[in-house]
Ligand binder design. Structure first.
Ligand code: SF4
Length: 681
């Protein structure tokens, strides 16, 4: 019977694997619905649309993923749908599953992934592609979409990597581009209607409907022609499929307050990368950092209101028992009401164990008042900033408009206020970069230490420099740039390391962490590759490639071997896809995926980068005509709202500071917070 739990088959294998707890499910706030929840009896089981959702990495990385958590909850709220989760199994369990003939299972109901209607996979990074193939294979789903039949789930992918899905085009049925929460509901409607019509027209008809509806990109509905020199001539809808669009547009959710998910975040059973609850305080970023794909593809900025944030924090904490709340976004200190949010939350939770954090803070948006609110009553361990480029010249190229004076003034204020450690993130291999740009990182770190010692009067000041290779990404102004070769990246990083070590005065106070250049080249191949790269991914997977995002599993040699085989006799190579600069006219593999960004605007911004010209943030200044808002019918959604975030339940420490009598405040319910907030101010 489809949908039966296979836990009895899995359980005996678990005592032979590392971390068996990650496969058992049953987390707080997880859901296992009846397999036939959409109907009222076995005959009506067809009325349910069932999703198996995967984050293609280990449980400890996948469970905290907000995207999967949101879709899981949004789908399970529907009476006629169910969603369960699955994560990548480590090679030890993979071997045992194969031996025992047990398929890829969900962690919720331990049901075979192959029994579901839809297998939905969210890719934050391209290095999850081999794990995706493992899951397909273990689930008994043919790797190639063309070989799937009526009995197989639809394989639908999404996430940031899906803005160039071409390298995995052969393995997927459809691709949701952009925000997923509304799209999965509409896809559920479409599949439900098709099922209720007795699956009329079969799988091919369903996919054609998906393609025509523009809900998702269906790679099999398009064909790609190439020039003899390897470049793409064009990507076009197949002529026999009427109504399939030439370009597929991203989905954009507006009014984040209408989507307060996850309402009840999952609480992991095993240790995970983030032991905290996250509340997304805004989506999108218009700072215009030219290297940042996330910022470009999530435009425009859409802020959640201060009251919406307050309610999500309160509800989430009581649903989970977490003691830390991360205020999540691409640049959290940029929220127009961040000061009031931080103060309001610090007031509300003062005296409790609840801590607050901003996972990403720009140097120029940071201020000590904000940091003080976030660490009120807590330890001031470390602050992290990301200047990204070592020299001011390079920061103009990447449009990260932070001057050295800004950075030094910020760290001086931080050290003066009691912090002892600062972490600085940089990239190596940025367009136009020279050795000198990178060596300026050493000088900057020394200046940070010197400033810290002077301001604090202490010698135990530390600065850690963390640096990785830059990978040019689709839908950014750097999509045309040549990537720095792995050897050149490594040589530049060695030079920097030796320079820091040779600094007798400050070198010992500077920590240095770097990633070598080889994984970046493979990420570059997968990011800017086209359909021909699919053979490389499959070759690596067949050669044992798994968990490529983990340094202990990643093998550059395996990737290069598979690429040499796949590209043998063709005009393309790994270098062709990575270190080659493209010209304006070249058809890029992702040109038919519409992120809303105007191609001419991106090109002009690339030229502005080469001319070291900066562009302002449209959140605070005029529109720079990137194309997103008119193209997508959206607009920036920001405050200030003028509202305040009031404590819903007041701790004794916070009560002292409120000007109104405590009874007026303690009677506030979460439903009426906005209204009472107006009254009290
Ligand atoms: S269209 Fe204008 S306002 Fe909208 S994101 Fe682009 S630059 Fe900003």
């Amino acid at each position: 019977m489809p949908g039966q739990s296979r836990f009895a088959d899995l359980e005996p294998l678990l005592e032979r694997v590392q971390k068996p707890i990650q496969y058992v499910g049953g987390e707080l706030n997880s859901t296992v619905k009846d397999w036939n929840c959409g109907g009222h009896g076995p005959d009506e089981s067809e009325l349910t649309v069932r999703w198996a959702l995967m984050y293609p990495d280990a449980y400890e990385v996948g469970l905290p993923n907000q995207g999967v958590m949101i879709l899981y909850e949004v789908l399970n709220e529907r009476p006629d749908a169910l969603a369960e989760r699955t994560y990548a199994v480590w090679p030890d369990l993979e071997g045992l599953l194969r031996e025992a003939g047990v398929p890829q299972l969900t962690v919720d109901g331990h049901r075979p992934v192959g029994d579901f209607d839809i297998f939905g996979v969210s890719f934050s990074t391209e290095l999850g592609y081999t794990n995706f193939l493992t899951a397909l294979d273990l689930a008994g789903i043919p790797l190639h979409a063309s070989e799937r039949t009526e009995g197989h789930p639809l394989v639908i992918v999404g996430g940031h990597a899906s803005f160039n899905p071409e390298p995995i085009a052969d393995f997927v049925d459809a691709v949701v581009v952009g925000d997923g929460e509304q799209a999965v509901l509409e896809l559920t409607d479409l599949v439900a209607a098709w099922k209720s019509r007795g699956r009329k027209g079969g799988r091919a008809e369903l996919l054609a409907q998906v393609a025509r509806s523009q809900l998702a990109y269906v790679p099999s509905c398009y064909e790609v022609d190439y020039h003899p020199d390897g470049r793409i001539r064009r990507v076009a809808p197949k002529p026999d499929l009427g109504g399939v669009p030439w370009r597929v547009a991203k989905h954009t959710v507006t009014d984040l307050d209408a989507w307060p998910y996850p309402k009840a975040p999952l609480v992991p059973l095993a240790e995970t990368v983030h032991e905290r609850m996250s509340v997304e305080i805004f989506r999108g970023c218009t700072r215009g950092c030219r290297f940042c794909q996330a910022g470009m593809i999530t435009r425009p900025v859409r802020e959640r209101s201060i009251t919406g944030i307050g309610e999500m924090v309160e509800r989430g904490l009581s649903a989970t028992g977490f003691e830390e709340v991360g205020l999540l976004s691409l640049s959290s200190a940029d929220h127009t009401e961040i000061a009031a949010i931080a103060k309001g939350l610090a007031d509300r939770y003062e005296g409790s164990q609840t801590g607050l954090s901003l996972p990403s803070t720009r140097v120029d948006a940071f201020n000590i008042e904000l940091a003080n609110e976030l660490t009120r009553g807590g330890r001031r361990s470390g602050l992290t900033f990301a200047p990204e480029g070592g020299s001011e010249r390079l920061r103009r190229v990447i449009n990260k408009t932070v001057t050295e004076d800004d950075l030094v003034a910020t760290v001086a204020a931080a050290y003066g206020a009691g912090w002892r450690q600062v972490k600085l993130y940089f990239m190596c291999g940025l367009p136009t970069e020279t050795d000198d740009d990178v060596l300026q990182i050493a000088a900057l770190a020394a200046k940070v230490i010197e400033t810290g010692r002077r301001v604090s009067g202490q010698r135990d000041i530390r600065c850690t420099v963390s640096i990785g290779g830059f990978v040019p990404k689709p839908h950014t102004p750097f999509q045309w740039a040549g990537q720095l070769a792995a050897g050149a990246t490594d040589a530049r990083l060695r030079l920097l390391r030796d320079t820091i070590r040779a600094d007798r005065r400050y070198g010992r106070s500077i920590g240095f962490r770097y990633h070598d250049g080889q994984p970046g080249i493979i990420e570059g191949l997968l990011s800017r590759g086209d359909r021909r790269v699919g053979a490389v991914i499959e070759g690596v997977w067949r050669d044992g490639g798994r968990f490529d995002g983990w340094s202990e599993h990643f093998s550059y040699e395996r990737w290069m071997r598979a690429a040499a085989e796949a590209f043998d006799g063709t005009a393309v190579s790994v270098d062709w896809f990575t270190t080659r600069e493209r010209d304006r006219r070249e058809v890029l593999p992702w040109d038919h995926i519409d992120s809303g960004l105007d191609r001419d605007w991106l090109w002009e911004d690339w030229q502005a980068a080469l001319a070291e010209q900066e562009v302002d943030d449209c959140r605070w200044s005029a529109c720079f005509d990137c194309g997103v808002c008119p193209e997508m019918g959206t607009q920036i959604e920001i405050g200030p709202t003028g509202r305040v975030l009031l404590p819903l339940s007041v701790s004794s420490g916070a009560r002292q500071r409120l000007s109104e009598p405590p009874t007026a405040v303690t009677s506030v319910s979460s439903d009426s917070v906005a209204e009472v907030g107006q009254r009290l101010t």
